[in-house]
Write a protein that binds this ligand. Sequence first.
Ligand code: ATP
Ligand code: MG
Length: 335
Amino acid sequence: MNPGDNSRKRIYSAIQPSGQLTLGNYLGALRNFPKLQDDYDCVYCIANMHSLTVRQDPAELRERIYSLLALYLACGLDPDKNTLYLQSHVHEHAELAWILNCYTYIGELSRMTQFKDKSSKHADNINAGLFTYPVLMAADILLYRSDFVPIGQDQKQHLEIARDIADRFNRLYGETFVIPNPLIKRQGAKIMSLQEPDRKMSKSDPNASNFVLITESPDSIMKKFKKAVTDSEAEVRYDEENKPGVSNLINIYGAVTEKSAIEVEKEFSGARYGEFKTAVGQAVVDALAPIREKYGELMNDRAYLDKVMSEGREKASAIAAATLRDVYGRVGFVL
Ligand code: ATP
Ligand code: MG
């Protein structure tokens, strides 16, 4: 099928190569992607420009770019059916971000919870990129005239600002951008940290006990689940407010085994926490094993990964160039 086919609605999603991918990224994003590839025209970005908002080691960043591409593929994305590309390969992202910066207000950006959260985590490096991150994200989405953006709860606010910016621009210059809609899957939409279950699981978290990686060894995954924070009761019951740790484990188990929270509670009624945690760990290990194997094979074939990236660059550039040209014309730039 031709990914540029206009009869199908377009889905856009991006993940930053800012760390290795976690179970949260898998359940909140990656796992849902292959299900979409036959019905939608899907564009998946490796958002390396976004990841510079936090300091990165260059050699590691380069490696993680390949790693993220390999994970996209290992999770079942077919490069012939989807567009898989690297953000910095398509210069239109930076150019449209500049334009959109001029249609975004400081007040709007100041309300973003990710900015507040990341500035407190990286107090020594509160750079302007961290602040304008949502504008680059809006440029990503709008460049591809995306209809839908699958996101976890954490990105809801950023999608809303992208919609507001698009709408503002359209009102000033006529219908230019497609207003994107969020696709949020309820289960697995927000996986929390294993040690601090009031914070979301994040791949850039400096404390490795807080997350489980998609490619982590079964032993290490089991250890982390056994150590996961629960509470002083001894009841597997879903109660996000009073039992955030246990509720997170119920969410994880439910998402992986495709069971509702009520079914999970029933399955573990009377069970000890130790038993429950082992079962959650095992379910996660089983779900991730085939991906880990495929990932290992792909990482050993750089030539193939380069080929996929270069094909993606061409497909993505063609779409992005047309949108940017339209925008430049509308704001009054000489083309
Ligand atoms: P970072 O800490 O660098 O921001 P991250 O883990 O939040 O990393 P992103 O690259 O920001 O990952 O997001 C990638 C995708 O994963 C997005 O669709 C996001 O909504 C989703 N996602 C991120 N964290 C979680 C989570 N804890 N639960 C569910 N989905 C998540
Ligand atoms: Mg994030």
